[in-house]
Design a protein around this ligand. Structure first.
Ligand code: HEC
Length: 249
């Protein structure tokens, strides 16, 4: 079987791989202007203003004299995120020997996925997510899929070889996560498969083939375990209040 297992520490995050691990990724949205628009100082001021958070950080980071740090915030988020596994997809059950877990069409799709060469880039336990490839190996997609001027990993490494190079997106649960590609311009999984065929493999997949491969990809949908939300500590008089800033752009 060509589907190699990649160790988790090879994983890369964000389409251009600018976060080297989950911890680094977690620090991003907190500070991004269009997301939470906060700063490390503000996060620490907010957390330390609530006694319960101080207690929880002491418990979570025993031996750390001042555990409420931005780094530990990211570590805690990372520790939570690694529990978000989605086991028992039809594909996993089939791998474990349950022949009926996948339909015939899905099995055909798996064969095509390997024969056509999708698995060369979408490999390992997550079917991708640990390496970069040009988007448009054979034929660069039009600006309807790949916005012009969007050069992917080049913006991180400034290396000419990395122009139009992107992280091969992991395909687990992909049927649940439209829209597709980092531009989010494609909403239909079958269409995403067809674009991959022509852009990455120079293969015009026929309708039966895209249907079978898309059907196989739905077999990568695992069980989503419910997440129990904690009751959060109440704010205190010293908790920084939200500010209504108008975000440019
Ligand atoms: C040469 C490497 C390569 C090959 C071969 C390849 N892909 Fe991809 N794939 C990528 C990259 C890189 C991306 C991310 C593009 C982006 O983010 O814009 C991607 C993205 C995708 C996506 C979108 C995932 C998402 O969540 O947005 C799907 C679906 C997909 N590929 C399926 C396939 C299928 C099916 C095949 C075979 C027909 C295939 N790929 C072949 C590199 C490859």
């Amino acid at each position: 079987m060509i589907l190699r297992r990649a160790p988790f520490d090879f994983a890369r995050y964000i389409w251009d791989g600018r976060a080297e691990d989950l911890k680094a990724q977690a620090k991003g949205p907190i500070q991004a202007g269009v997301e939470m628009a906060s700063t490390p100082d503000k996060v620490i001021a907010t957390l330390t203003s609530m006694p319960l958070y101080n207690d929880w950080f002491k418990l979570a980071f025993p031996g750390d004299p001042s555990p409420v740090t931005f780094d530990n915030v990211a570590k805690a988020i990372e520790a939570f995120e690694v529990t978000l596994l989605t086991p028992a997809s039809p594909f996993d059950r089939w791998l474990e020997g349950d022949d009926n877990a996948m339909t015939e069409v899905q099995k055909t799709g798996l064969n095509l996925f390997m024969e056509k060469g999708c698995s060369a880039c979408h490999s390992g336990v997550n079917f991708g997510g640990h390496d970069y490839y040009p988007f448009g190996v054979v034929e660069r997609p039009g600006s309807d899929v790949l916005p012009e001027g969007d050069k992917g990993r080049f913006s991180v490494t400034k290396t000419a070889d990395d122009e139009y190079v992107f992280r091969a997106a992991p395909l687990r649960n992909v049927a649940l996560t439209a829209p597709y590609f980092h531009s989010g311009k494609v909403w239909d999984l079958k269409q995403a498969v067809a674009i991959m065929g022509s852009a990455q493999l120079g293969a015009e997949l026929n309708d039966d083939e895209t249907t079978a491969i898309a059907s196989f990809l739905t077999a990568l949908t695992g069980e989503l375990r419910p997440v129990e939300y904690p009751v959060l500590p109440p704010e205190t008089a010293t908790t920084p209040r939200p500010t209504a800033e108008v975000i440019a752009k």
